[in-house]
Write a protein that binds this ligand. Structure first.
Ligand SMILES: [Fe+2]
Ligand SMILES: [Fe+2]
Length: 311
């Protein structure tokens, strides 16, 4: 095996990624069976919503916001993942006769993301059936917005795309491990916990492929090019942030429609602010502050990492 200047790929190889992927594989039907979410309780941890300090909201309002956020999470995730198979196929097409395990890892990764999209779509439908109302969607059914989003992400070079992807995938592991598994008393919905857990099991392999691909792409880049990749991550961050804000608008509309509440202007502003903050916290902060992402960023480029506040 070729030597690598990067510690973050130590102990990681394509054959074991493929072997684990085959071992842990699941189906969407096996997770859901005929189960529903329990709409009489919270579905996700309060830390995903962070509106508890707003005194004008009743306990019933807080629960509705919790369900709305549970929906937003699967809605955004399913759509974010649409760019991944395209991104990976572009890499695979560079050499169809490359190492078998390498190509299988890329293709399985792509197929698993297609399955995750199906998982998230199923969760959207089951959440609506369980709660008894429709939730607002930033990504419209004709797929115009997801097409624009996917093109915007794919317009960036492979390295920042892989870095963003790895950050999100490590972040998604935290959603399960830190928000749910380590806090069983918080009362997240059992079906939702299963969804996060099964997603997490496959994302574990994806982050390993990510670091191997990051190493492969970074190998031939100059320190200046590596530093510039972090400017691109900031650009990609802006693309993603616009979707947070867009989905929060739908959260507010859904909240007012479902509860029949007409919020005063100051209340609506405070709720909007709180929802935007928690949206950024559960996606961007958990991703960019993940210890593995910090390690990769620092090893690639200290100058670049500093642009993201990683020192
Ligand atoms: Fe996924
Ligand atoms: Fe993934």
């Amino acid at each position: 095996m070729a030597t690598t200047p990067y510690a973050f790929t130590r102990g990681v190889d394509y054959p074991s990624i493929v072997a684990t992927s085959e071992k842990v594989a699941w189906t969407v039907d096996a997770i859901f069976r005929d189960r529903r979410f329990d709409a009489t309780k919270r579905i996700v941890p309060d830390s995903w919503v962070r509106t508890q300090h707003l005194a004008f909201l009743t306990p019933q309002d807080q629960r509705t916001l919790n369900h709305i956020r549970a929906f937003s999470y699967v809605h955004l995730f399913g759509n974010y993942e649409e760019f991944i198979p395209l991104h990976l196929m572009e890499i695979a097409q560079q050499d169809w006769h490359d190492d078998r395990a390498h190509l299988r890892a890329l293709l399985r990764f792509g197929e698993e993301e297609m399955k995750h999209q199906q998982l998230m779509l199923r969760a959207e439908a089951v959440l609506e059936a369980s709660c008894g109302y429709a939730f607002g969607r930033y990504f419209d059914p004709p797929k115009e917005r997801v097409t624009v989003f996917t093109k915007a992400v794919l317009a960036y070079p492979p390295l920042p795309r892989f870095l963003l992807l790895a950050a999100f995938e490590w972040g998604s592991q935290r959603h399960y491990v830190e928000s749910v598994r380590d806090h069983p008393g918080e009362g997240s919905d059992p079906l939702y916990v299963d969804l996060l857990q099964y997603h997490w099991m496959e994302e574990n392999q994806h982050t390993k492929t990510d670091v191997l691909e990051i190493e492969r792409v970074a190998r031939d880049m100059s320190p200046e090019e590596l530093s510039a990749a972090f400017d691109d991550i900031q650009g990609l961050g802006g693309v993603v942030d616009a979707t947070f804000v867009g989905q929060v608008e739908h959260e507010l509309t859904t909240f007012q429609r479902v509860t029949g509440r007409q919020l005063a202007e100051a209340e609506a502003t405070a709720l909007h602010e709180a929802l935007c903050q928690s949206m950024r916290a559960i996606w961007a902060e958990v991703a960019l502050t993940h210890p593995n992402f910090k390690q990769v960023a620092l090893e690639l480029s200290k100058e670049g990492a500093a642009k993201l506040g990683i020192v």
